[in-house]
Design a protein around this ligand. Structure first.
Ligand SMILES: Nc1nc2c(ncn2[C@@H]2O[C@H](COP(=O)(O)OP(=O)(O)OP(=O)(O)O)[C@@H](O)[C@H]2O)c(=O)[nH]1
Ligand SMILES: [Mg+2]
Length: 155
């Protein structure tokens, strides 16, 4: 599936929101992105959020990878991998990793996209919620990645 056919709506999830509001939002969401700071992945993880999104399709991003030590980052990726969690390294300032995120979303949504294609529905909109603590880079990431999805769809 080529990236330029994917129609994605991106929503930043603000941690200040009440937990129950996030739970409400999640009903409409297809994929959750949990964004962590590559330098401090574990301490930038919100345990409340983890429980809420447990059952959703999700991707973990290690953002600000440009500021993190490469060797340490590799160790963190191994750490998550041992828990069956795949991570994507992202630099939301220059866009590194955004393509990989989009293709991971397409993979996660493969069945649903095929189902709607079968029914003759094209251009299914995938709703993606980006969750993370303040300042982790949610807005920067969305600015970057939205150019690669919605903009291309209109081509
Ligand atoms: N070096 C570096 N800086 C980044 C990266 N992503 C974001 N930043 C910077 O981090 C700061 C916060 O980024 P935002 O995108 O505003 O973070 P946010 O999660 O939307 O913050 P809130 O909306 O306040 O929760 C800004 O100064 C960004 O330029 C990255 O990958 N690398
Ligand atoms: Mg923001």
């Amino acid at each position: 599936m080529s990236e330029n056919k994917t129609n994605i709506n991106w929503y930043p999830g603000h941690m200040a929101k009440a937990k129950r509001e996030i739970i409400e939002d999640l009903k409409l969401i297809d994929v959750v992105i949990e964004m962590l700071d590559a330098r401090i992945p574990v301490s930038s993880r919100n345990p409340d959020i983890r429980n809420i999104i447990d059952k959703k399709k999700k991707i973990i991003l290690l953002n600000k990878c440009d500021l993190a030590d490469e060797t340490e980052t590799k160790k963190w990726q191994e750490y998550f991998k041992k828990q069956q969690i795949e991570t994507v390294l992202v630099n939301s300032n220059d866009g590194k990793g955004t393509r990989e995120v989009i293709s991971k979303i397409e993979d996660l949504m493969k069945e649903e996209l095929e189902e709607s294609a079968k029914k003759g529905r094209t251009g299914k909109i995938i709703r993606v919620l980006v969750l993370g603590i303040p300042n982790v880079g949610k807005s920067s990431f969305i600015n970057r990645v939205s150019k690669k999805t919605t903009a291309k769809v209109r081509k």
